[in-house]
Each structure stands twice: as C-alpha cells, then as structure tokens.
Design a binder for this molecule. Sequence first.
Ligand code: GRF
Length: 217
Amino acid sequence: MGRLRLGVLISGRGSNLQALIDAGRDAGFPAEIALVISNQPGAIGLDRATQAGIATRVIPHRDHADRDAFERALDQALRSASVELVCLAGFMRLLSAGFVAAWHDRLINIHPSLLPAFPGLDTHARALAAGVRFSGCTVHFVRAEMDRGPILVQAAVPVTANDTEATLAARVLEAEHAAYPLAVRLIGEGRVRVAGERVMIAGASAPAAVLLNPLAD
Ligand code: GRF
C-alpha cells in the first residue's frame, strides 16, 4: 500500500509542517506530503516545503470574491494533488461547514491547548490567566465549530510559576511537534476510527503515571 497523501494548509511559520516533513523522511512513516498550500504569499513554511522538494501552491483568500470561491480553489488544488488527508497547521482562515463536510474525517487540526479548554486565539495568555497547572496541545478532526471535533492526540505540559506567554508557547510548541506526526502516523497506519464524538485507536496504550503539578514537597 502507498503512503497516505497529505495536503498541509499553512499561513505562516510552518514549524508543525516542518515536523511532518521531518517525520516523512523516515521510510517507515506511513504518510507523505503531496502539497503545501498557503493563503499567505510570504509564509515561511513555503520555503520549508520548497527546501524539502515538496510542491507548494499559494492561494490568497484576498484574490477570491468570497469564501466559497476561495474554498473551491483550495478543494480543487487538494483534489488535483490526490490528497487523502488535509492537515491544518497554523492555517488562519475559518473553513465553512460545506468545506468541512466535504472533507469529513479527512481533515485534522492542531490547536495549542488541551481542548475543549481555550479554543480560539490567545490560548497561552488565557491559560496563564486561568492559573491552570497543565496546558498542552490537541490534534482533532475538524468540525464546523471552531476548534471542536473528535480528539486524536493530546500532549500535556506543565505550567510553571515563572511562565510567560512566550515560555509556555515554546513548551507547548515542542509538544505539538511530537503530537502532530503521531496523529498522522496513527491515521496512516489505519488504526483510527471515529465513533460519534470519540476517536478509537487500535492498539494504543496510555501512560500509567499520575502527573502532579506542583510536585509534593
Ligand atoms: C501552532 O501553535 C498551532 O497549534 C496553531 O498555530 C500555530 C502554528 O505554528 N494552530 P506553526 O506555523 O506550525 O509554526
């Protein structure tokens, strides 16, 4: 069987794209990036893809009359590259219910919080303000509502007393770079089934330890 063909949608830095590129260098990784699409012409992630020899397309939302036309262009580009799974990786446009339905259970996103806590923007500032002891990231199947949908993988990181938005963001980002390739691998290995709001993963084990934060003295 061939590798699962990925379409990665970006708007900027592309460090999660890079994590997927790096994972794909391993011949045993069951997915390969067929196409990277950015809605922003200057996205740094485009250079990362080009350097890795991956096809790129720039589809600026501003060049399209409305969201429908923009999404039709996205859809067409993905289909003509025979994409089987779409990965949102810092893609800063909301996708309509129609697009989401067309790619139902073939469209995933990574979000820098432990969903359903802190959907939307400014997640790290809000996590710090709420005083949570753990934050992290979530890879989930996309549904019409923003940052909602069946959860594939989460990675938790501690929040420390001295954290700033920047230090917490960096810690979470490192977790993202492990979580996204894992989620894609599980799908590529055919181990993932969506049952209602939950994701079942064949043969997956979970960590046994309880994590306390702060540590007991
Ligand atoms: C990540 O924090 C991701 O969770 C969020 O947007 C950011 C994208 O970062 N959706 P990068 O472009 O992958 O570096």
